[in-house]
Design a protein around this ligand. Structure first.
Ligand SMILES: *Cc1c(COP(=O)(O)O)cnc(C)c1O
Length: 401
C-alpha cells in the first residue's frame, strides 16, 4: 500500500513528478519489489566487503566487465574511478589524496564534454587538460576534437582520459580508447544517464572503456542515491579500497574476490572516498533494480507511460491555446508529451511551468523547451490519477484569462 503518512508526518508535501527521475525532484518512484528488498536489507547486518564482493559479481554478469562496485551515485563513481586511476593499488598514495605529489595528476578530456558533473573528477585534486575547440561561434565550421589531439595531450602525468558519453560525443569512444591504450592510459566514462538503451550496460565496456559510471537512480530506478562503477578488475579494486571502511587489522581482513590481497602492502585509512559512503540498503536495492532492468521491463514501462500520456491528452479541453505532440525522447526511449503554447496563450511557457509548480499539489514538468514556447511532460513516475490531475490543472491555468 502506498500512503503519504511519512511525508505528512514530516510536513513535506508530495509532488506530481512529470519531469522524470531527476535528482531535484527526488528521482523516481521505486518498484515495490525494490523497496521491499531495501527494507529487508536493513533488518540484518552483513560484512560490507562481502556484500560489495557479491555486487561485483552481479554487476560483472550484467555488464560484461571484469568487476563492478555499487557507489552512492554516478558522481561518486566518477570520483572513486578517478582516484583509482591516480593511485592504483598503493595505500600510501590513497591516504595522500587530494595531494598528488609524485603521482599522475592530469586528466585529459574533450573540451566540449566539460560539464558541471566533472567536479567529481576534479575533486580528486587532478588538473583537467582540455582538448579541442568545438567552434559553434565563428561560423568557420563545427569540427570538434579529434583523437590525435587527445593523443597529443596524453603524457607521463596523465592518470586517465575522461569521456562523457552521449549519442553525439566526439570523437567516437573507440577512437579515444585506441589512443589512450596506445599510451598505456585508462579511459573513464561518464555514462550516468546513458540508459536506456539497455545495451549500453555492455557496449561501453565492450568498446574498451576501462571504467564506466552509471547512475542507479535514473533509468535503472534503483535507490535515488546509488550508482555503478564497472570495469577493469584492478581499477575497480582500487576504487573499492578508496571507499570501503578498513577499521580492521590487515591480517583479519578478508578481501572480496575482485581484490587481489597479495598485491596490497596494506589497507588505506578513511580517505577521499569516505565522503561517498554507500549503505547496505542502497547496495541491495540497486542490485535488485539492476536485475529486473531488461527489455521486457522497458516495454512495460513504455506501454504504461504512453497510456498515461494519452489519458492526459484526452483530459485536455480542446479549446486550450496549446498544441500537444506525443513523441519519444531519443536518448531515454521514453515517450514524452510536448505542449507548445499558441501565441494567444495567457502566459509564457516558463510561467506555465511555474504556475504548475506553485499549485497544490505541485506539478513538476521538464522546462528544457521553454525558450521555444513549450513545456514537456514525462509519465514514467506518474501515479494513478496524476494524468487527470495534470489535465485539470492545465485546463484551469490556461483558461485563467
Ligand atoms: C545525472 C548525471 C550524473 C550524476 O549522477 P548521480 O547518480 O546523480 O550522481 C553525472 N553525469 C551526468 C552526465 C549525469 O546526467
Amino acid at each position: 500500500m502506498r500512503n503519504r503518512d511519512i511525508y505528512e508526518h514530516l510536513g513535506v508535501p508530495t509532488i506530481i513528478n512529470a519531469k522524470g527521475p531527476s535528482t531535484r525532484v527526488s528521482g523516481g518512484i521505486m518498484d515495490p519489489a525494490v523497496a521491499e528488498a531495501m527494507h529487508a536489507a536493513t533488518q540484518f547486518c552483513v560484512d560490507m566487503t562481502t556484500l560489495q564482493g557479491r555486487a561485483s559479481e552481479i554487476i560483472a554478469g550484467v555488464t560484461g566487465a571484469e568487476a563492478g562496485y555499487v557507489t552512492s551515485g554516478a558522481a561518486s563513481a566518477l570520483l572513486l574511478g578517478t582516484a583509482a586511476c591516480v593511485t592504483g593499488l598503493d595505500p600510501a598514495r590513497m591516504n595522500k589524496l587530494p595531494h598528488l605529489d609524485g603521482m599522475r595528476d592530469e586528466v585529459v578530456m574533450v573540451r566540449s564534454q566539460r560539464n558541471f558533473y566533472d567536479h567529481a573528477v576534479r575533486a580528486v585534486g587532478i588538473k583537467l587538460v582540455e582538448v579541442g575547440i568545438a567552434d559553434r561561434f565563428s561560423g568557420a565550421g563545427v569540427r570538434d576534437a579529434e583523437a590525435w589531439e587527445l593523443a597529443d595531450a596524453i603524457n607521463e602525468r596523465t592518470a586517465c582520459v575522461f569521456y562523457v558519453s552521449q549519442p553525439h560525443s566526439q570523437p567516437a569512444l573507440a577512437d579515444v580508447v585506441a589512443v589512450a591504450h596506445d599510451a598505456g592510459v585508462p579511459v573513464l566514462v561518464d555514462a550516468a544517464a546513458q540508459l536506456p538503451p539497455i545495451g549500453n550496460l555492455q557496449t561501453l565496456i565492450a568498446t574498451g572503456a576501462d571504467l564506466v559510471a552509471f547512475s542507479g537512480g535514473k533509468a535503472i530506478n534503483g535507490p535515488q542515491g546509488s550508482g555503478i562503477l564497472c570495469g577493469r578488475r584492478d581499477l575497480v579494486a582500487a576504487a573499492a579500497l578508496h571507499n570501503l571502511d578498513h577499521d580492521i587489522h590487515f591480517e583479519q581482513w578478508v578481501a572480496p574476490p575482485f581484490i587481489d590481497k597479495s598485491r596490497l602492502r596494506g589497507l588505506p585509512q578513511h580517505g577521499i572516498g569516505r565522503a561517498c559512503k554507500v549503505g547496505k540498503e542502497q547496495i541491495v536495492g540497486l542490485l535488485v533494480a539492476l536485475q529486473q532492468f531488461d527489455e521486457d521491463h522497458m516495454a512495460r514501462r513504455y506501454e504504461r507511460a504512453s497510456a498515461l500520456l494519452a489519458e492526459l491528452i484526452a483530459g485536455l479541453d480542446p479549446a486550450l491555446p496549446v498544441s500537444a505532440e506525443l513523441g519519444v525522447n531519443p536518448n531515454s526511449e521514453e515517450p514524452w508529451l510536448t505542449l507548445a503554447l499558441d501565441s494567444s496563450a495567457p502566459l509564457g511557457a516558463l510561467d506555465l511551468a511555474i504556475a504548475l509548480q506553485n499549485g497544490k499539489p505541485s506539478i513538476q514538468v521538464d522546462t528544457s523547451q521553454v525558450d521555444k514556447g513549450a513545456i514537456r511532460l514525462v509519465a514514467s513516475h506518474l501515479l494513478e490519477g496524476d494524468a487527470e490531475r495534470i489535465a485539470m490543472r492545465l485546463n484551469s491555468v490556461l483558461a485563467a484569462t
